[in-house]
Write a protein that binds this ligand. Structure first.
Ligand code: NAD
Length: 319
């Protein structure tokens, strides 16, 4: 098998690569050629979470698993809170083919998913990008979003305001004016990305104007929540995978509260393959519930493997 350490990923996979790979994955899911296996996610105590995301993509020839989780104490140790490794297997034989560092790949594939949703569902004239969250992942989401719309301004809110200057620096680097705002000013945003580890809703329905596109990316576990369920009742809801959206995504709360029927959630892949038109009017609120699926991880890891093989990088071991 080929071992590709985390340190090589930045040279092997770009955010454009991740966008292409994740788009292909969502389309393969919509065509029924790829499916995710049930997620295992366990609470280890003190906010630590660990689990496995896995799947099979027949079109891409990928079988594998990402093992990892969220360890909130890591930041104080100078390492990122998300830790993960992707293992790929030959779908015909089950032999392991690669072990790939999953940290940057997770960030890139998560940013790609929200950017794909913005590309396909936000109004073409979207001007103001609202960010709710300013942790490790927020900068990746901001950079990827800026590639798909010509935003004129970024407004941002974070529970911990001391984290906002880092996000402001990325906006400045992208040439975008940045303003820290209270949550009620999110009503000025045309696109809102939520990317927090919040256990309760921060963004309320009253904070969101008609015509907004939301990419809700932080809720990937039972019990997490970023937005008021009423917002999902008011929106056309899309998801990477409906089964994950209703069980561990943002939709878990609206479905449990009877504000949203699971059958009303559209896989984003349906938009990509032309089965669903996407946004239907300028006034419609569209909301993408991005829970993060194992197939995204396999797709970007497989891309890293292809690139590494082309360039003779990584280490080969026999297991
Ligand atoms: P991080 O620890 O670097 O940042 C956490 C963010 O959440 C910060 O902005 C922090 O201020 C905010 N926050 C913490 N507690 C909060 C609370 N009670 N209310 C509101 N905000 C709060 O984490 P990160 O790497 O930026 O990841 C953010 C979230 O995204 C995590 O929940 C993570 O599990 C999730 N995530 C999802 C995917 C996906 O595919 N959907 C992928 C990666 C990360």
């Amino acid at each position: 098998m080929l071992i590709i350490p985390e340190s090589l990923i930045a040279d092997l996979v770009s955010s454009e690569d991740a966008f292409t790979a994740v788009e292909a994955t969502f389309a393969a899911m919509a065509r029924g050629e790829a499916y995710n296996f049930p997620v295992v996610r366990e609470a280890l105590g003190e906010g630590r979470q660990y689990g496995f995301k896995s799947g099979l993509d027949r079109s891409g020839g990928q079988l594998g698993v990402k093992a990892g989780g969220y360890f909130p104490g890591n930041a104080a140790k100078g390492i990122i809170n998300h830790q993960s490794t992707v293992f790929l297997f030959d779908p015909e034989t089950g032999r392991p083919t690669a072990m790939v560092g999953g940290g940057l790949l997770t960030a890139l594939r998560t940013a790609a998913a929200s950017a794909i949703s913005i590309d396909r569902l936000a109004r073409p004239d979207a001007n103001v990008l609202g960010m709710v969250g300013a942790g490790h992942q927020a900068g990746f989401q901001l950079r990827a979003a800026a590639r798909v719309r010509k935003f004129q301004k970024v407004i941002a809110w974070n529970l911990h305001p001391d984290m906002l200057p880092k996000l402001a620096a990325i906006a400045t680097e992208l040439g975008l004016p940045f303003e820290a705002v209270p949550l009620d000013r999110m009503v000025e945003a045309d696109v809102i990305i939520t990317i927090t580890s919040s256990p309760a809703a921060s963004l309320m329905s009253a904070h969101v104007a008609d015509g907004t596109h939301l990419a809700c990316m932080g809720t990937d576990t039972v019990g997490k929540q970023e937005v008021e369920p009423a917002l999902l009742g008011r929106a056309s809801v899309f998801a990477d995978e409906v089964a994950q959206s209703v069980s561990l995504g943002e939709a878990q709360h609206a479905v449990a509260g009877g504000l949203l029927d699971a059958t009303a959630i559209t896989p984003l892949g349906d938009v990509l393959v032309g089965r669903h038109p996407g946004r239907r009017s300028a006034a419609e609120i569209t909301l993408f519930d991005g829970t993060g699926v194992g197939l995204q991880d396999l797709a970007v890891a497989a891309m890293a493997v292809r690139r590494a093989e082309e360039r003779g990088l990584g280490s080969r071991v026999t297991v």
